[in-house]
Design a protein around this ligand. Structure first.
Ligand code: CA
Ligand code: CA
Ligand code: CA
Ligand code: ZN
Length: 458
């Protein structure tokens, strides 16, 4: 199968080939230059892989993982550029700073990164893949003390035909928008996959930030260039480029497809649990309570389309990341409180992961000591979904949620969906944008991620 990879020889070769740290950079202008090199020109990449090393095996049609490391790792020296062991020849024995972005910001960066490989067998994640997976690691962060000024990132080498899938590279632009960060992440990873700079501004391999706002791997033959001035050069990986183009040209899209094959579909459903209220819990009418849900998926971070229903009426339709999210619900009379009638009520949470896989959870709780008689209290476990005959006055006691135009008749629980970055959530630690709790079936899901890499070949 495809995951049998002989990269040990290449890793040993990389080890010990130190990269000279450049002299102090020139003073930087106050305003960032309009054109910034994405890959540090002061650290020219090694040429390795097919055509440069004997007895290497081209990594064609082999799915891989791109791991964006936001955690601020300590990078080891003396062990090559092995991503599996946080090794680098560029910043040996160096502590990196954690990426400053919130979990929601990081998820947005991962989403932008995923979009660029939706046609290829590359799974993009923001947490370390389980053992057994090949992965390129891009450290999204700067070294303690600051990164090289005026450059977007750096990779240790151009690995023609990706003979070694486990190479570390770096992206320093931690405060730019998600597409720019995704571009740098892709370009540095792509160098370790054997792709070189080209002159197409809409390609992820364009050497400066002066290109398109959302570049892709373009399906066209572009000239391989030496620098941000776009001077043509002799390509290092003509052994691969000439499978699609003339020498010294590169078709980024076709090379990505050749290297990794078609996409690995996400066929693992996400998970959702309603942590509070508890199923069957009695809630005093006047008492505030919290709706707490925990979401997870096998490909993390995940952005999950989430719809919350109170008694089958939609109360919120938001995008949430995998984490525990809490929505406060006020007790008492509407419009400030939920205004629910006495008796059982249901909450259902439907989610869909980025691959379109659904999941759902539901609880029934019971309102007591309220002024309004609702549906039958004795049916707490089975008469969910609201009783059309229940309620009085308005003729409809189904919570209407926050939807515009619900009118005065319905005043159900209002869920805060005003969050930024598509993450309408208040985390259990009280911060918006929240943080993952680390709970949930992580180990089992990671095993599934491993299995997801296996692809039948005919
Ligand atoms: Ca490689
Ligand atoms: Ca892009
Ligand atoms: Ca999934
Ligand atoms: Zn580059």
């Amino acid at each position: 199968m495809a995951l049998v990879i002989s990269w040990l020889a290449a890793t040993a070769w990389i080890a010990g080939s130190g990269v000279v740290v450049p002299a102090a950079p020139e003073p930087q202008p106050l305003d960032p230059p309009p054109v910034m090199p994405i890959t540090d020109p002061a650290r020219p990449p090694m040429h390795m892989g097919l055509g440069h090393e004997p007895d290497v095996q081209a990594g064609f049609n082999t799915p891989t993982v791109l791991y964006v490391n936001f955690e601020g790792p300590f990078m080891n020296g003396g062990c090559g550029n092995n991503s599996l062991q946080d090794c680098t020849t560029i910043f040996p024995n160096t502590q990196f700073l954690e990426h400053p972005g919130s979990p929601a910001t990081r998820a947005a960066i991962i989403q932008a990164t995923r979009e660029d490989v939706e046609d290829f067998g590359v799974i993009v994640v923001g947490e370390r893949p389980p053992a057994g997976n090949p992965y390129a690691m891009v450290v999204a962060g700067v070294p303690n003390g600051g990164g090289p000024p005026g450059v977007g990132g750096v990779a240790p080498g151009i690995d023609c035909s990706n003979t070694n899938p486990n190479i570390t590279s770096f992206s320093f632009l931690v405060n730019d928008n998600a597409n720019i960060q995704a571009t740098v992440i892709h370009q540095e990873a792509a160098h370790t996959w054997g792709l070189e700079h080209v002159d197409d501004p809409s390609d992820n391999l364009f050497p400066s930030t002066g290109g398109a706002s959302d570049p892709k791997y373009q399906d066209t033959c572009s000239t391989v260039v030496a620098d941000v001035a776009l001077n043509p050069t002799n390509a290092a990986c003509n052994s691969v480029h000439t499978m699609f183009c003339n020498a010294n040209q590169q078709n980024s899209y076709q090379e990505m497809l050749l290297l990794f094959g078609p996409p690995i579909p996400d066929q693992v459903a996400p998970l959702v649990t309603i942590d509070s209220p508890l199923d069957g819990q009695e809630l005093d009418y006047e008492t505030d309570f919290e709706l707490t849900v925990t979401l997870d998926d096998d490909r993390r971070p995940a952005v999950l389309a989430t719809t919350v229903y109170f008694d089958d009426a939609e109360a919120a339709d938001v995008s949430l990341i995998n984490a525990t999210h809490t929505f406060p619900v006020n007790g008492g009379d509407a419009p400030m409180g939920h205004g629910l009638g006495n008796g059982p009520h249901t909450i259902r949470v439907d989610i869909v992961d980025e691959g379109g896989n659904p999941a759902s959870a539901e609880v029934t709780f019971v309102i007591v000591n309220g002024p309004m008689e609702g549906s039958d209290e004795t049916g707490a476990d089975d008469s969910t979904g609201g009783d059309p005959t229940a309620g009085e006055g308005t003729g409809d006691d189904l919570p209407g949620g926050t939807g515009a135009g619900t009118g005065a008749a319905t005043t159900g629980p209002e869920l805060d969906d005003s969050g930024d970055e598509g993450c309408a959530c208040r985390a259990t630690d009280g911060t918006r944008g929240d943080s993952s709790t680390g709970t949930g079936p992580g180990t089992a899901l990671l095993v599934l991620l491993t299995l997801g890499l296996w692809r039948r070949r005919d």
